[in-house]
Design a protein around this ligand. Sequence first.
Ligand code: PMP
Length: 311
Amino acid sequence: MITTVKSLGTNILDRIGNTPLVRLDRLAAHLDGIQILGKAEWANPGGSVKDRAASAIVADAQARGFLKNGHGLLDATSGNTGIAYAMLGAAMGFPVTLCMPSNVSPERKRILSAYGAEIVWTNPADGSDGAIREARARAAAEPDKYFYADQYSNEANWKAHYRTTANEIWEQTEGQVTHFVAGLGTSGTFMGTTRRLKELNPAIQCISMQPDSPFNGLEGLKHMATAIVPKIYDSHLADENIEMPTENAYQMAKSLARHQGLLVGISAAGAVAASLALGEREAKAGREAVIVTILCDSAEKYLSERFWEEG
Ligand code: PMP
């Protein structure tokens, strides 16, 4: 008689976080004394870094009594947070409604409908700001139906990274990390990780990366100067901000695939391009560096983009 089945195996949600730190050694081989390392966030069960924030937001909502008895989660998301919410809703049993621009990649649409989430499409011309306005309007119209997760303002977002991502980086580098680089979307990853790393060692340089224009291919990231600035974002926290042209991220995505064996997403490639530029600068100045960046997701959701075939 098998009586212990319930204790076998693992809950998929327990696999969020504790991602590997991978060496980008071939990429930085020409740079003396420079190590570039990436957190392999595609290893999260929902396939991206956003599993961390979404699971923390859901846990916080549940602790406050929301998401019970058919009460649903509502948010605006360009994709990865939506995928994470959709996975969590399916695994934990609450409905998920997502507002997003209708030009998100076909791969993302398929993933979200596979998890059974309800999607409210917004005008692509209005970008992620249009999706945010739609979510706000719905939340205001039907407050009893939805918990409005509001990842852009929700403190649980950055705290997830303060508690997990930063400490993992510290432990995985045995405290030797000198630089941290991350792209800015909601800014949760950068804010939370930076706050904790600076507590552990105030000398760690923390560099944010954002697209160089509002019209860019770095899906998931914001051009802060022209966007609704997330409430959780504090521009003073970064030691430096790097603006990344889409083309450089595309080139790096191809380089990482062909010369490092890593098939990462475009924002991840942009973060690596920023890390490499930083490494080149440090090497030129004769300094050693351990640069850690976030590889937010894999390339799988972006394979329909044409740049892979060009050049
Ligand atoms: N890269 C990708 C692919 C994303 O989906 C996101 C989330 N929007 C980010 C980077 C940025 O993460 P954060 O929201 O924590 O700033």
